[in-house]
Design a protein around this ligand. Structure first.
Ligand code: DX5
Ligand code: ZN
Length: 243
């Protein structure tokens, strides 16, 4: 939790993004890999381990070939934590649901560029709702697809796996995208999602990532705090050699 900030749900989008920038590099636990039978405990454990944001993966069985959880679960998570909720919408028609996810407690809402013909109006709508707006792109999607969108968003979530499943191997194509984005937009918050672990954290941070989403590598540990510290340390070293 951020000191002096009692209620992240009411923070403005800019405040959340600024706080994440200041705290970067950081690990965003992806709850997809946690023990859902003990969801509240898992959230407490990652809070105690030093997590500063939670990553929530929403899958619709259509945009991605898998289902995860939806609005009632986000609402329930909101009730038990003050950490900012970074909601990753892997869904075909995000415009139909952004308001409900915002009302459920999302602080950041990320849509996929592949899911909408022109994301700009929706990104603006997300910002107007008070959430920070993120845009994500899949490994095969060229960076040029984001042309015209970057002024409308607060965060880019670079996918380093095909979305839909945790536990996949990191695809290095993400590194080149991070490098180019970091160079062209030095102040944009950059997040990377999929296959982040001790072997990939350094390279991701060196390429420009501020936030490393981690699911299976984190929740397979006994000691979440140690993992987060090690990942952050590796990322700091990576950032130092960032050119
Ligand atoms: C993939 C999701 C990721 C995923 C990351 O569809 O967007 O957030 O849970 O999981 P790991 O860290 O296992 O690759
Ligand atoms: Zn995700």
């Amino acid at each position: 939790m951020f000191p002096g900030v009692p209620d992240t749900a009411s923070m403005s989008s800019l405040r959340v993004v600024d706080d994440l920038h200041v705290a970067a590099p950081l690990v965003a636990p992806s709850l997809l890999a946690c023990d859902f039978a003990r969801l509240g405990d898992e959230i407490r454990r990652v809070e105690e381990a030093g997590a500063k944001v939670l990553h929530l993966d929403i899958m619709d069985g259509h945009f991605v070939p898998n289902l995860s959880f939806g609005i009632p679960v986000v609402k329930a998570i909101r009730r038990v934590t003050k950490l900012p909720l970074d909601v990753h919408l892997m869904i075909s028609e995000p415009a139909r649901y952004v308001r409900q996810f915002r009302e459920a407690g999302a602080d950041l809402l990320t849509i996929h560029v592949e899911a909408v013909p022109d994301p700009r109006a929706l990104l603006d709508e997300i910002r107007t709702s008070g959430a920070a707006a993120g845009i994500s792109l899949n490994p095969p999607t060229p960076l040029e697809k984001l042309d015209g969108c970057l002024d409308h968003c607060d965060l880019v979530l670079v996918m380093s796996v095909m979305p839909g499943f945790g536990g996949q191997e990191f695809q290095p194509v993400a590194l080149e995208k991070l490098r180019r984005l970091r160079k062209s937009h030095p102040n944009l918050l950059l997040s990377v999602d999929g296959g982040l672990n001790r072997d990939t954290a350094g390279a991701a941070a060196e390429a420009g990532a501020d936030v490393m989403v981690a699911g299976s590598a984190l929740f397979s540990q006994n000691d979440y705090g140690r993992f987060i510290q090690e990942m952050t340390g590796l990322a700091r070293v990576g950032k130092e050699v960032q050119v």
